[in-house]
Design a binder for this molecule. Structure first.
Ligand code: FMN
Ligand code: FE2
Ligand code: FE2
Length: 421
């Protein structure tokens, strides 16, 4: 597959993976991208996951058309991209490896590298001349590992962006709208779209806009889940990238982006600055016997009646990584939780810890608690969230003493009113 006249896509699609990075469900599979640039000198950019080495080598050789590669550029040492370095060196023993000094060190940690292999350490601003194509390296520390660099090709103006601008999903996945991950109960709500918003059309005749919208859902879950903790580092790389004339973004996962790049960069700017994408409320609940859930559903209805977009999650049953992504998508969050052994429901604790690990901030939070003798959930949640920068709490805290009562409805109405303002 050609990216440009002299740049080939040689990646692979993984439909076997059950959990990406051992934790993310990927119902549409995963793509591990790799590229070949052919010029006077030939460079291969990154490798793929260990399970796909042979298939990748076939793709690489197809693109090489008999050329012997001069350079193997390693942008990121996470094994989904680096696992096939030894295989490649066996096939092409004369190749020189180009990577940051820290990546070269990690290479020796992961593999028994032959000391005779030539290594070219690269730092920010370093260059490599392939002939017509000239590469400039842009260090991207902690996006999301310390050794990461991106590669800018100056002739065709391609930014090879490592994991940046990546998404979950194989490139040959059958498009079925936005891959839904949640439990049956709440799935209808997961789009988080206001009533009447269009569902994506399936398959072939997708407009560019539909493809872009498709990209967002799984790119957001990928970004927030995997890179979300490192917003300031991503902001720093976006500043470096702003100085480059970029026509194509070639990431290590997901599609090569060729049009309307401002659309994708805009999302990265929002996500990495922790700015809500949209006005709306993510309602996340945890409930043993259903009373707290009833309150959460009641609140969601009152919000929808007021025209507010709502995304609803049962934290014990729906996909936690999608719930986390939607919490960052919207401007407001409601946590509805039963008190559990004088603390909070363990799924709720997990959820809030995931948010705080990713510097959850700049949002308004509403609390609904339940307890049959000494409700504690609101207090505990407040304690967990209090370090969040620019997090404000809704004035109306709703406490159920076991079950919904007429006065609970009044309190929930008031909370809905406050959040819909
Ligand atoms: C294992 C367990 C531990 C609980 N611990 C407390 C507690 O420490 N304090 C309290 O007020 N209620 C406690 N409760 C009661 C719940 O908070 C809540 O009132 C009850 O589960 C009803 O809400 P639900 O239908 O949403 O589950 C506990 C319930 C369970 C199942
Ligand atoms: Fe990675
Ligand atoms: Fe990756």
């Amino acid at each position: 597959m050609k990216v440009t006249e002299s740049i080939w896509y040689v990646g692979v699609n993984d439909h076997e993976v059950d959990l990406f990075e051992g934790q993310y469900k990927v119902p549409e599979g995963m793509a591990y991208n790799s590229y070949v640039i052919r010029d006077e000198k030939t460079a291969v950019i990154d490798t793929v996951d260990a399970a796909f080495g042979q298939q990748w080598l076939i793709n690489v050789e197809d693109a090489l058309q008999g050329c012997v590669p001069d350079y193997l550029i390693i942008q990121h040492m996470e094994p989904d991209h680096s696992a096939c370095i030894p295989l490649f060196l066996k096939k092409f023993p004369g190749v020189q490896i180009v990577a940051t000094a820290q990546a070269l060190k990690m290479m020796d940690q992961f593999f028994s590298m032959d000391p005779a292999v030539t290594r070219i350490p690269m730092s920010n601003g370093g260059e490599l001349d392939l002939g017509v194509h000239k590469l400039q390296f842009v260090s991207a520390p902690m996006v999301h590992w310390p050794e990461v660099m991106m590669t800018y090709e100056t002739q065709e103006k391609v930014l090879f962006s490592a994991d940046g601008f990546g998404k979950f999903g194989a490139l040959d996945a059958k498009a079925e709208g936005c891959g839904k991950l949640g439990g049956a109960d709440a799935s209808a709500d997961h789009s988080g779209k206001p009533d009447g918003a269009e569902e994506m059309a399936g398959d072939s005749e997708k407009s560019g806009a539909a493809n872009q919208a498709d990209w967002v859902q799984e790119a957001r879950r990928y970004y927030i889940g995997i890179v979300g903790k490192y917003g300031p580092q991503v902001q720093a790389v976006l500043k470096k990238a702003a100085a480059l004339d970029i026509r194509v973004i070639a990431p290590l996962h997901g599609p090569v982006l060729k049009e309307n790049l401002g659309y994708y960069i805009g999302f990265y700017d929002k996500w990495s600055s922790y700015t809500p994408e949209e006005e709306g409320v993510t309602v996340a609940y945890a409930s043993a016997y259903g009373h707290t859930k009833e309150a959460a559903l009641y609140l969601a209805e009152r919000l929808r009646e007021r025209g507010t977009a709502v995304a609803m999650y049962d934290l014990a049953r729906d996909d936690m990584t999608e719930a986390v992504a939607d919490a960052f998508r919207y401007s407001k969050l409601v946590l509805a939780c039963n008190t559990y052994n004088a603390g909070i429901n363990p799924f709720m604790r997990d959820f809030v810890e995931r948010l705080m690990e990713r510097s959850y901030q700049k949002r308004k939070v509403g609390l609904i608690e339940n307890g049959s003798w000494a409700p504690m959930a609101a207090k505990v949640l407040r304690g967990l969230l209090e370090k969040g920068k620019d997090l404000t709490f809704a004035e109306n805290v709703v406490t159920l003493m076991s079950a919904m009562k007429p006065e609970s409805q009044e309190r929930l109405n008031a909370l809905a009113e406050e959040l819909a303002e």
